[in-house]
Design a protein. Structure first.
Lengths: 296, 267
């Protein structure tokens, strides 16, 4: 901003709308370039090298790491497990979240504010604390197992934590608020009259849901699912803690390569792939959202 | 109606599910028996007495890092947001996308990228950034600045620019117009951006895990590494204390700003 022109009326307009504003960008652009863009670029560059020893990197360039990722069954399994985890979390969030979103969108009850607060409350508590809370619930002598044993549903305690199940439970818990909020926004935009018309014409609740509610809320279902899927495959803390270092998905594999195996290029390759997935899915989600609003 | 009854039961079940782990942390921190056994066998407060000093040190580190992140995010984020929303130049949208991109990229990826960058910096200039508090703050600016940019961009979009012009036409200098007109109007956006940067910094594990270490270990990272090897009642007591402090902080925020306002600004 140039201050020498202060006070002169014709130029005042120029200061408000003119070209000097972009100079303000410079310091931040440089800072983010140095602390973010360059390190990310460097990480991608690292994925085109191989390891020459623990923590050591060979200087030759190669695409071998990426080839290994699609040929090695161990890595393919990690990729598939990551997708399976993401999909399972999405499906659980949809099933559990839809009724709550429907309630929040339609109710006129004075408890609505309270319900909304309960939905976002997990987001207000530290992620690490929420994860720890699952141990007394899901361990062998935890609440769920002692209830199941007492009711005679199972004969011996189920393994619910330090495995895939524990990770899915933790992720559904962490991401459910995002699904509910996305669905609520979309259901709110559906005319209530449409449901009533269908019901008056003799459709039962199930038919109203399948033929009216679900098709009309599809943009929300798709964008909520993409959001939750992306966040599920990107999460590190929850799979690391609730998987008890035993569940290898992309995120925990990356963590392991950098923290214990010290094969930095292998970790960088997985990180670059995760980055590409996350960016593509986010871009897709925003496409769906804008198209969804066009339709509405 | 049957449907509304089913809906009510489902709602109750979902709310129990959402609150369960947090409530369990509080109850378990007073459990005198084995801490993974629930319901608890008998009452105790001894876990709180057993909290190791390293957790207290980590709390200070977390608070220093979060405060530094919030302040510097505002210092760098506000001018950037104003430049983006008011500047007219080629590539503005692309630059805006780059400024917000750290929020799109998994924190773990940012964490390992910065971790690698610390090696490069050490090789090139023998500069030790990893494992230091300034290093942690720099690392957290990668998401702190975008948070402030996003909230201030949203605030500035709602802003009637004619008011600024009026101030200038009435003889205010650009600096006066900024401090007297622009800053007060943008203040709620700036505050909520700063609060988000602060809270995200307090909550972060993946970035602080790779950038921290030694004396620069934040509280969540200390808990994370303790849980991996030595998960005991003292960790539950720490977690329980965090819940207590968060509840008090939320109530204060709600009184002072209104949580609805804060979340409205996030969208």
């Amino acid at each position: 901003m140039s201050f020498s022109i202060a006070g002169t009326k014709p130029l005042a307009r120029d200061v408000a709308h003119g070209n000097s504003w972009q100079l303000l960008l410079l310091p931040t652009a440089i800072l983010l370039g140095v602390i973010f863009v360059i390190p990310i670029g460097d990480l991608i560059q690292l994925s085109f090298h191989t390891m020459s020893g623990p923590g050591q990197v060979d200087s030759r360039l190669t695409v071998g790491n990426y080839q290994t990722f699609i040929t090695d069954t161990f890595l393919l399994e990690i990729l598939l497990r990551t997708c399976a985890m993401g999909l399972l979390v999405v499906v659980c969030c949809l099933i559990v979240g839809f009724p709550v979103a429907y309630y929040l969108a339609r109710t006129e009850s004075r408890w609505r504010g309270m319900a909304l607060f309960l939905v976002i409350s997990p987001l207000l508590v530290s992620a690490i604390v929420r994860n720890i809370g699952w141990y007394p619930l899901l361990s062998e002598s935890g609440l769920v197992n002692s209830l199941l044993l007492k009711l005679g549903v199972v004969g011996s305690p189920l393994q619910l934590i330090n495995n895939f199940t524990g990770v899915v439970v933790g992720l559904v818990h962490a991401l459910l608020p995002f699904m509910i909020l996305t669905l609520t926004t979309v259901i709110q935009r559906i005319e209530r009259d449409l449901e009533e018309a269908a019901a008056n014409l003799g459709a039962g609740p199930l038919r109203v849901f399948c033929h009216v509610l679900l098709p009309l809320s599809l943009p929300g279902v798709v964008s909520g699912s993409l959001l939750v899927f992306t966040m599920a495959i990107s999460a590190y803390t929850t799979p690391a803690i609730l998987g008890g270092n035993r569940v290898l998905v992309m995120a925990t594999y990356i963590g392991q390569q950098f923290r214990t195996v010290l094969d930095y290029p292998a970790g960088a390759t997985a990180a670059a792939l995760l980055l590409v997935f996350a960016v593509l899915l986010t871009a897709l989600a925003s496409r769906v959202r804008t198209r969804g609003t066009d339709l509405a | 109606m049957i449907l509304s009854f089913t809906l009510r039961v489902t709602l109750a079940a979902v709310f129990i599910f959402l609150l369960a782990p947090v409530i369990v942390v509080i109850i378990t921190s007073f459990n005198g028996g084995p801490i993974f056994t629930f319901p608890p066998t008998h009452f105790t407060t001894r876990w709180f007495a057993l909290i190791k000093p390293s957790f207290i040190d980590a709390t200070y580190v977390s608070l220093i890092v979060a405060s530094g992140t919030a302040v510097l995010s505002v210092v760098f984020g506000v001018p950037a947001a104003l430049g983006l929303s008011r500047g007219q130049f080629f590539g503005r949208d692309a630059l805006g996308a780059i400024f917000l991109s750290p929020l799109m990229i998994p924190a773990l990826v940012t964490g390992v990228a910065l971790y690698q960058a610390t090696f490069v910096l050490w090789d090139m200039a023998h500069l030790q950034i990893g494992g230091t508090i300034p290093g942690l703050i720099i690392a957290h600016l990668t998401f702190g600045i975008p948070f402030v940019v996003r909230t201030v961009l949203a605030g500035d979009a709602r802003f009637e620019h004619a008011i600024e012009e009026a101030a200038l036409n009435l003889g205010a200098t650009p600096l006066q117009s900024f401090w007297r007109v622009t800053a007060p109007i943008l203040r709620p956006s700036i505050i909520s951006g700063a609060i988000f940067a602060f809270v995200m910094s307090l909550d972060d594990v993946p970035i602080a895990l790779f950038m921290g270490g030694g004396h620069a270990t934040t509280l969540p990272v200390r808990i994370f590494t303790t849980v991996e090897f030595d998960f005991g009642g003292d960790v539950m007591a720490v977690a329980s204390a965090i819940v207590g402090v968060s509840v008090v902080a939320m109530m204060l925020l709600d009184r002072l700003i209104g949580l609805g306002e804060l979340f409205g600004a996030k969208q």
